[in-house]
Ligand binder design. Structure first.
Ligand code: SF4
Length: 457
């Protein structure tokens, strides 16, 4: 960028900023907070990286696949520094937070490295980089926690968004680096979350997805129990709120009161995401998970008792050190019993600095891949069968717009489908506005998607 572009450090033109956010919705909220801290008299946001003066890659690094995707993305957008307008490449998020000392040597293309909690200093650091024109690594402690007053430029559709109720995690599962990257559990104030949700729903948001590393640990860092339930009771009072979805619950923190609220409050989606990670007792113990098979079975029975029509999502790790054929058989048989509507499967990733990385009997990639595909296939059959069971039912569906497949169809998500991770509903008859919640009769289904006709807009 020509030095004449600014005088005495003052930027003379509006700079176009493009941001690529990788990883989980918690990281996406951080990305939106970064954009919120860029004064709009100096910066405009573009989704076209080839036109951007500044490109930010908000990275993920919790497992090797995520790290690879982050580095590949950084290297591919770095091309815009040669062929495009880009004169400043910024890398933020979990990769620099975790590898703060090594990265600048390995990625000389990058001009600025910041961490997971440095949004507040972004504008200053950008101007410093533009003036000094020397690469900068400036990574904070990562102990930031936003609230309802924090500037945030939302990137998700107007009708749906994520609200992070806590940051960090103190559960210390033996395979997980998140506590190291994101720090110990830090919960927000209930009043601040209520103010944020009230402002979002008054701005047109219909669906609020509550997220944290473990939402059921909410305010346990203050020695409180029942805080999540208290928060939910306040949130459902908000008139404009339509759907409240709970993501990332820990299996041993699901209270009867929470289930009671899910059973009685229409605004709380009958949907729960509870990562179980495995099912064999020995492996759960090695993972430092505070539940065993019996507890998992009891939990699912309690949930189905309280909310019979609930949609349960979980995630499992295959190939954990010491996982025998019999351990895997136990997991596979459990999945085949069909207790879960949605299952995500991860191949164990040996993460430096975690206890499990030092465990004996590390599993080969061939075995991990075989178990991954076996489990996905088994769950695919279950999901297909469960979706078939929904045909002829009338379900509330949030209309998202024209289908990705064809302009002839509208598409949306039913209350059973979380954003960005679950399937879609394709609308073959009836009309509705984007962001509208309609009643739809399901006429057909596949493994992950549903098809139907609007019966009442
Ligand atoms: S609960 Fe989740 S984020 Fe926390 S340590 Fe375990 S796997 Fe990691």
């Amino acid at each position: 960028m020509p030095r004449s572009f600014f005088v005495k450090g003052i930027i003379l033109k509006q700079l176009k900023v493009a941001l690529v956010s990788l990883g989980c919705p918690k990281n996406l909220v951080d990305a939106e907070i970064m954009l919120g801290h860029l004064p709009d008299d100096r910066y405009t946001i573009t989704t076209d990286e080839s036109l951007a003066d500044i490109i930010i890659v908000n990275t993920c690094s919790f497992i090797s696949d995520a790290r690879e995707e982050s580095v590949d993305t950084i290297l591919s957008v770095a091309d815009h520094k040669i062929s495009g307008h880009c004169s400043l490449l910024i890398v933020s998020g979990c990769l620099p937070q975790r590898y703060r000392d090594e990265l600048s040597k390995e990625l000389p293309e990058v001009d600025l490295f910041i961490g997971t909690g440095d949004a507040g200093r972004l504008a200053t650091l950008i101007e410093q980089c533009l003036v000094d024109r020397t690469p900068l690594t400036d990574i904070g402690k990562g102990d930031f926690l936003y609230d309802h007053t924090t500037p945030r430029l939302r990137s998700s559709p107007f009708y749906s968004t994520y609200v992070k109720i806590a940051e960090g995690c103190s559960n210390h599962c033996s395979y997980c680096v998140i506590p190291e990257i994101r720090g110990a559990l830090r919960s927000r104030e209930i009043a601040s979350i209520v103010d944020e949700v009230r402002a979002l729903t008054r701005a047109g948001v219909k669906e609020i997805n509550l997220i944290a590393q473990d939402i059921t640990a909410f305010r346990r860092d203050f020695g409180e129990t029942g805080a999540l339930e208290k928060l939910l009771r306040e949130l459902v009072q908000i008139e404009e709120l339509a759907w409240l979805r709970l993501l990332y619950a820990y299996p041993d923190h699901i209270s009867d009161e929470l289930l009671e609220l899910m059973a009685t409050e229409d605004k709380i989606c009958a949907y729960l995401d509870i990562p179980l990670q495995h099912f064999a007792d020995e492996i759960l113990l090695q993972m430092n998970r505070r539940v065993d098979q019996a507890a998992i079975r009891k939990l699912i029975a309690r949930i189905r008792q309280a909310v019979p029509d609930i949609t349960l999502r979980t995630s499992f790790i295959v190939g954990f050190p010491g996982e025998t054929d019999d351990h895997f058989r136990q997991l596979l048989d459990f999945v085949k019993e069909g207790h879960l509507e949605r299952v995500g499967v991860f191949r164990y990733s040996r993460e430096e600095g975690t206890p499990a990385a030092l465990f004996a009997d590390q599993i080969t990639d061939i075995v991990k891949n075989r178990r991954y595909h076996q489990l996905m296939k088994a769950q695919g059959r279950i999901s297909f069968r469960k979706n078939r069971g929904l045909i002829n039912r009338v379900e509330p569906v949030l209309i998202e717009g024209l289908s990705d497949e064809t302009d002839l169809l509208l598409q949306g998500r039913s209350i059973r489908q979380a954003p960005d991770i679950d399937g879609k509903v394709y609308v073959t008859a009836g009309n509705a506005e984007v962001g509208q919640i309609v009643n739809l009769r399901i006429t057909d289904s596949s493994e992950y998607d549903l098809v139907g006709e609007i019966v009442e807009a």
